[in-house]
Write a protein that binds this ligand. Sequence first.
Ligand code: COA
Length: 333
Amino acid sequence: MWSVGIVGTGSYVPENILTNVDLEKIVDTNDEWIITRTGIKERHIAPKDMPVSELCYQAGLRALEDAQVAPEEIDLVLVATITPDYAFPATACLVADRLGAKNAAAFDLEAGCTGFIYGVATASQFVATGMYKKVLVIGGETLSKILNWEDRSTCILFGDGAGAAVLQRVEEGFGLLSFELGSDGSGGKLLSQPAGGSKLPASLETIEKNLHTVQMEGKEVYKFAVRIMGEVSVNVLEKAGLTKDDIDLLVPHQANMRIVDAAVKRLGISPDKVVINLDKYGNMSAASIPVALDEAVKAGRLAEGDIVVMVGFGTGLTWGACVLKWTKVGIQG
Ligand code: COA
């Protein structure tokens, strides 16, 4: 098996910003409540005519440029999303087409906010076996399009964006050292979009009842998240033969500052090793981790040989984490 690393990253968020103060005009909420309970100050919202494939395309383009890889060289485009353009065709096919990735297979993967970790773990198998040489993994979401803008307990939390990474073979001992993925479907109802699928097809009644929008039991999700983030981070470090002291950078899913704080406390690492951008973007679901990673890379927070841990949780329920020994130097062939 070859070692597999992330040799390029890119991200994109729509221009339009919705602040907490803007939200005060839409629902019964206030800036202070949102900041105290979540840490979020503002989020980016895609215009009505901008589908998630556009965000994914922009992020993918930037990742390819960063990796200095031509679209024709990509063997697989994998898009992690719960807000695809359509139920079908897959958003990954649309993105591959726009990028000009003519030689790529393409499919979507759905693991909620853990989508990017699931995507990296899945895509890396193709590269590790030598089956594919270069893979583009994108986490992209337009949660704003499936929110109930009258429900203050959910609509304040989410934002739109996309982040991408190019995976390629790297020098032995670098790249992905370990990963762990998990799921528990018994918690599926805690965070869902109940209508629009085969269980509850779209009807006037489902629309009237707002069942095409995000439904969440916030407190239960919170309790699960606080427990799982620390647990899975510890497990994945153990699998890599490392300890918390080896962590140079933690890139957690950006859902709620209190959830991140709890994970950081459990790990016992210094807060300056943690990437935080949820104040600017809110929870961008599958886009949250790759956007945070890209911003950290561009800010020079990762050097060759650094140990980076990415960890997330989401609908499903799902959770996952991975450990990388950082290098952006790919090996051809
Ligand atoms: N503005 C003002 N008040 C609000 C509000 C808002 N946007 N949303 C809820 N409230 C009110 C509630 O009605 C409740 O009022 P009450 O005490 O009079 O009944 C009070 O604030 C407390 O609500 P509660 O739901 O207990 O708050 P909380 O501390 O649990 O925080 C979340 C709510 C949603 C921020 C928190 O539960 C959370 O982050 N959960 C995880 C969600 C998540 O990460 N989802 C994505 C997973 S990928």
